[in-house]
Write a protein that binds this ligand. Sequence first.
Ligand code: NAI
Ligand code: ISE
Length: 335
Amino acid sequence: MRVKVGVIGTGAIGIEHIDRINQKTQGAYVTAVSDINVKAAKEVAKRVDAKFFETGEALIASEDVDVVVVTSWDPTHEQYVLEAIKHGKYVFCEKPLAMDAAGCRRIVDAEVAYGKKLVQVGFMRRYDRGYIELKEAIESKQYGEALMMHCAHRNPSADENYTTPMAISNTAIHEIDVLRWLLNEDYESVQMILPKKTSNSHADLHDPQLLIFQTKSGVTIDLEIFVNCRFGYDIKCDVVFETAEVGMTDPAYTRIKSEEKNYTPVSPDWQTRFLDAYDYEFKLWIDSIKNDAVVGPTAWDGYVAAITMMACHESRETKTKVMIQMDERPALYNE
Ligand code: NAI
Ligand code: ISE
């Protein structure tokens, strides 16, 4: 039997996930869509032969929907995830899980009260081959302990609605999750430094931003967020071990020699850079639903990311190093 998927939010990534589910993921298809942009959503519904629902709540309640995908704007995630839990339906929610730690905690509490993991957060870096190989290198200890990480998350440009805090809540949140997943440990502290601002940024956005994390065991991580770098979509993660450095490459499959230059291109955007990771993420999500046990990033991971995000905001505002403290992990999320 095929899994019937309802998608809330038919913008950029919503459409990508709809086509991914219908065209690349076996055993699932999109039966329902909803978006406050009714015209666009109806067009998508028509194109993929799905039902349009006026509200996300109606979509979640529908018998045409077994599981839910939330790809609407960041501040709307929490309400739909809570609603899906209320109906006992599996829900895949794009990052961030909620806008703050309290919102994520409400989701964790609802899931714990339900007594089963229903939520998976769209922390798709965990499905990228480069990060998977880095994790293998760290866990094998073949180069000794990981000591430091040098990371960057660069976007070519950000629009007028993208503000200073979004560099953390919308962008750095990917690294906040994947780096603790790589090291299998939580952060102890974070300090934000605001470098000289690029002239390509608008008044409400300080760009770039630099974060220095220290983990519980003392691994030190520097992470640059630069969302107007202009030259492409560039993701760096170099791990310095006791006897080696292992770094991720940009997965460019071709090299170009032209006009007396020899180069490999930089990815233009996140869609291109992480295409395989998104496909793999959805394949495993649907497989896990068929096994009735989701295994991807949990609501607890969403909560930890939000606590860390808020410490980053505090560090920016206070210009100090901030210690990262969180609640005790409920037993539901023990490995
Ligand atoms: P977008 O702006 O292209 O699409 C968002 C859609 O949500 C819009 O069509 C909008 O009308 C709709 N929407 C807003 N409020 C709504 C509501 N209350 N109910 C239903 N629909 C509503 O944005 P994009 O780039 O598609 O991002 C969507 C989400 O996916 C964001 O949360 C973003 O952080 C996340 N994202 C994740 C990525 C990843 O790498 N995992 C990449 C890009 C986005
Ligand atoms: C976007 O929402 C994503 O999740 C992309 O992966 C990230 O690179 C970008 O900065 C975000 O705006």
